[in-house]
Design a protein around this ligand. Structure first.
Ligand code: LHQ
Length: 262
């Protein structure tokens, strides 16, 4: 049996998805894309899964598209737009739309599409030794997988263009300092930190998390007036929930809320 390209571990309340092509620094091929799509669909569908951790096996997180079948192409010119349409764009959309928090535990280098898949996640925790590389320009390509959308929003145009045009690696420390990621931790602590956060989310109000992430996404294009209307609608929905009832009751009774029983 060949090793699975994605290892899917079901823990109590959350799932850990590990990209598993370590000899290629977990570069994406079609098989890895299909396995990750399927794993994310199960995470979305299974009620017991209340948060997701995405990480990589071995010393890298993900080196983007597997380039090994792109050598000796002769006169062939592959349609990369079709690859994005079939594989990467659905992946970014699936992560963003997943109605549960997605934590990316960046265990090592995140290059090309690998860097931008990490940025599509809700919370990015990176090991100190990790780095982020917008490697695209080195091989004559354009940042994809949402890179041209995430980078200027998270960093502003100057840093977005600097990273994209120079393809210089950004250290995990600088990524934290620049506000590109949530936090950097010692290498040895990465999975413990990511899983502690996943457990905390698993014990939290999942529906409110889903609405919160969607509201923040919508703010990217909404006016303030539109966003205030959206907050009204989402808060109305949250206010009708059992989780709100439980949260307020727990506060008043000075106890920890139990969101998982419902
Ligand atoms: C790899 C790869 C890799 C295959 C390391 N492929 N083997 C979307 C749509 C369609 C098509 C095109 O692209 C896209 C989006 C993209 O993602 S484009 C960007 C693709 N990625 C890159 O250009 C990054 C290529 N990799 C690197 O620059 C380096 O490997 C980094 C900086 C990530 C890590 O460097 P090192 O730590 O020095 O490791 P290494 O280079 O020695 O890599 C280790 C092994 O992994 C090595 O194999 P080997 O058999 O020699 O041990 C590499 O060939 C292999 N590998 N990336 N993308």
């Amino acid at each position: 049996m060949p090793a699975p390209t994605v290892i899917h571990d079901r823990r109590d309340g959350y799932h850990v998805l590990t990209l598993n092509r370590p000899d290629r620094l977990n570069a994406f091929n079609d098989e890895l894309h299909a396995a990750l799509r399927e794993a994310l669909a199960s995470c979305a569908a299974e009620d017991e899964c209340r948060a997701v951790v995405l990480t990589g096996a071995g010393r890298g997180f993900c080196a983007g598209q597997d380039l090994s079948n792109r050598v000796n192409m002769g006169d062939e010119r592959p349609d990369l737009g079709a690859t994005l349409e079939a594989n990467y764009n659905p992946l970014v959309r699936a992560i963003r739309a997943l109605p549960k928090p997605v934590i990316c535990a960046v265990n090592g280098v995140a290059a090309g599409a690998g860097a931008n898949i990490a940025l599509a996640c809700d919370i990015v925790i990176a090991a100190k030794s990790a780095k982020f590389i917008q490697a695209f320009s080195k091989i004559g390509l354009v940042p994809d997988s949402g890179g041209t959308w995430f980078l200027p929003r998270l960093l502003g145009e100057a840093r977005a263009k600097g990273l994209a045009l120079t393809a210089q690696p950004l250290s995990a420390d600088d990524a934290e300092r620049w506000g590109l990621i949530w936090k950097v931790v010692d290498d040895a602590d990465l999975m413990a930190e990511a899983e502690a956060q996943a457990r905390a989310f698993a014990d939290g109000p999942t529906a409110a998390y889903a609405l919160t992430k969607q509201a923040i996404h919508a703010a990217g294009t909404n006016t303030l007036d539109q966003q205030l209307d959206l907050e009204r609608d989402y808060q109305r929905q949250a206010g009708f929930s059992d989780d709100y009832k439980e949260g307020v009751a727990a506060f008043m009774e000075k106890r920890k809320p139990d969101y998982r029983k419902r």
